[in-house]
Design a binder for this molecule. Structure first.
Ligand code: FES
Length: 411
């Protein structure tokens, strides 16, 4: 390895500045980083400075990069002297980096080094014509084709003193040169060509059963297509049979009638019971189930929709509007949910009606109870059935049930 020092003062330029194009490029690089992290662009900027300054980084360029990035010059100096990608000394037009690491050394790098010394001179010096300079570096990652050198941006491999000498001569005189292996090797395969992995079967998938797999998939697709076709044919046949007059005649009357009209949507429901619940015509809503979940006999609740209007217990007698409030007294109503049979929905309905307190309900006469019962949309008759008046009388005394849903009335 070479010593990483700045070039002597007599070769250092007095100043350095990016040309307009590179200045613009540098600004774009800096803009890639968040505010306050502009120093992250130091390596790209040093690289661009080296590119602009004939392949090496003078002190003035280090200082210019430091100024541009707001860094201490020493911090940029540390980076420039650490990475061998930055040349600190002038280099030739063709800058040769000779790999001297073990594999290359074992394969003749020393002889290549001797050529460099003989043809160019000591490392880190530029030939008198300015065309060539060289430097020994660590492994460049092309060990398979050792020994090798990197010249500017290209690799030259499988070097011998003879072909390397000729290569340098061609470069010096501007003649075309061949990059890569100098002995015709393809990639990094063995000398004389590849010796393994030559079986074509390795590359058509048969080794891993890809052929069988493809055949299996093809068979599965064919079977699926045949099954789909058979199903479609059977369905078409069934439709055809259904459409015949004989088939229609064989069907039960109820079935044939139902087929031609909409499904009943609550004909068996009490008036409004299901209609007033979100689940009308289908599954009763959780709320509707809760409201109907307190039958007097404590049996499993029947869906509201299953009850006939008469079965709800809605009184048919005279009605009288009870005393109603516009709002709860003192801004706070009683917990009407403590009345067995009153859930959230019924409590809300009562509040909207003007009923907020137990003593209101407790005071209802039969006509007033009938008036309220007739207006419990979806729950008509519930107040009578669950004897809200008796429950409310008890609750109005301050008594409270153990359950948050109240005590089932005893009849
Ligand atoms: S040792 Fe020379 S390229 Fe790796």
């Amino acid at each position: 390895m070479s010593v990483r020092r700045l070039a002597p003062d007599h070769v250092q330029p007095a100043s350095f500045a990016f040309d307009p194009a590179n200045e613009n490029w540098a600004d774009q690089q800096i803009a890639k980083y968040p505010e306050g992290r502009q120093a992250s662009a130091v390596i790209p900027l040093l690289w661009k400075a080296q590119e602009q300054h004939d392949g090496w980084v003078p002190r003035a360029a280090i200082e210019a990069v430091a100024r541009k990035l707001g860094m201490a010059p020493m911090r940029v100096m540390e980076i420039a002297t650490f990475y061998t990608m930055f040349n600190l000394q002038p280099v030739g037009e063709h800058f040769i980096q000779l790999c001297g690491t073990t594999p290359c050394a074992l394969r003749g790098a020393e002889a290549i080094r001797k050529v460099c010394e003989d043809v160019i001179g000591p490392q880190s010096t530029v030939s008198a014509d300015g065309k060539l300079s060289w430097l020994e570096v660590e492994c460049l990652g092309a060990c398979c084709n050792a020994p090798m050198v990197q010249i500017n941006f290209d690799y030259y491999e499988d070097l011998t003193p003879e072909n390397f000498t000729a290569l340098l001569d061609d470069l010096r005189h501007g003649r075309p040169v061949k990059t890569g292996s100098q002995i015709g090797r393809s990639g990094s395969e063995p000398l004389g060509g590849g010796e393994t992995l030559k079986d074509p079967a390795l590359y058509d998938g048969t080794v891993i059963g890809a052929g069988d797999w493809q055949k299996r998939v093809a068979e599965q697709r064919k079977a699926a297509a045949e099954a789909a076709a058979a199903k479609a044919a059977a369905e078409a046949e069934a439709k055809k049979a259904e459409a015949t007059p004989a088939a229609v005649a064989e069907k039960p009357a109820s079935e044939t009638a139902a087929a031609g009209r909409p499904k009943p949507s609550g004909t068996a429901q009490p008036s409004g019971a299901a209609n007033d619940t979100p689940a009308a015509g289908g599954k009763p809503s959780p709320e509707a189930v809760k409201e109907s979940a307190k039958p007097a006999d404590n049996k499993p609740a029947e869906p509201v929709a299953a009850k006939a209007p008469e079965a709800t217990g809605a009184p048919a007698g005279p009605e009288s509007k009870p005393e109603l409030l516009t709002a709860a007294r003192d801004g706070k109503g009683d917990d009407l949910g403590l009345i067995w049979g009153v859930g959230l929905k019924l409590a809300k309905m009562l509040n909207e009606m003007g009923v907020w307190h137990f003593d209101q309900i407790a005071s209802w006469k039969a006509e007033e109870l009938a008036w309220v019962d007739a207006r419990l949309t979806g729950f008509k008759g519930r107040a009578t059935r669950d004897d809200w008046v008796s429950q409310a009388k008890k609750l109005a005394t301050g008594w409270r049930p153990d359950s948050a849903v109240g005590d089932k009335p005893v009849k």
